[in-house]
Design a binder for this molecule. Sequence first.
Ligand SMILES: [Zn+2]
Length: 332
Amino acid sequence: MEDSLKRPLGHGQVRAWLGSVLKSRRVSGSYLFVGPTGIGKQALAVEFAAALRCASPVEGWACGRCNECVRVAHGVHPNVRRYAKPDDSRDLPVELVRTICDDASLSRLEPGYRVAIINDADRFNESSANAFLKTLEEPPAQYVFILLAANSAQLLATILSRCQMVRFSPLSAADLARVVSGFEGMPASPEERELLLRVAQGSPGRVAEMLALNVPALAGNFSSGLAADPFRAAEQLVAALSKDLPAELGTEGLRERLRDVMAVLSADLRDRLMAALGMHDVAPLARRHSHEATSADALVAALNRLEALRERIDANANVKLACDLLALRYPV
Ligand SMILES: [Zn+2]
């Protein structure tokens, strides 16, 4: 039988530490996994939960094949539940947190550890945090909370102080390249792949998102369409960004996509700057430009303009307008 667990690559230190917890069986009642989105926090939380339930663990870790592991891996184990903020809500709603507490207080369906994996732990608001504190502080016996958060700066101190923090680092370039090599839609050219990996900052989840939207191609088409007609290039970019956008993601989803495209364009500008300074070979997107003689000063100015525009987008600028500005500010 195949291994049912995902077992994310990398995170050697975290894995070693969790491994020692599993072997000693000195499991604490609440862990907080903190690190960038899409790097495998959830997969490792599931693997850890499976290890706590596994019928035939291997050096403390889950076998991935027993009935317990398979049910945990597929998210159908009654004693291992996963929770996340609804897509249309900014915060973890207090109703959801009450459900989490009620579930924890129910008598166990099967003996052994019970685990609650809670995504978006950086999205507790005051009232949902208050509803949670007592349960988090004194979880029932053999009950383990694993909270997942991307942004430790946004965590409420009351939550933070009651959990054992486990920090996740971005994957190394080599690990990231290995994880994503099998992803569908990876660019064929090594330079384009390298650019994408750099923009993803050690997060396979980010690579997957950018590939799903075909961000490298969007950025490439946009930048090569600018010379002929910047407004048309902007219009096409808005249309491409809006395509198949789930309604519940709304304008914020559109901004998020635009940020991804801009991240690729910024990386491309930085590469062109390095090339203009004679520091390395010209980068992939730039090769498609008709004239590559943009001066280093002009490129630095363009990077600054892009940064200023990104701040306006963060401050809720209109996406159509932002794309027009981008078209006018991006050096051909
Ligand atoms: Zn197992």
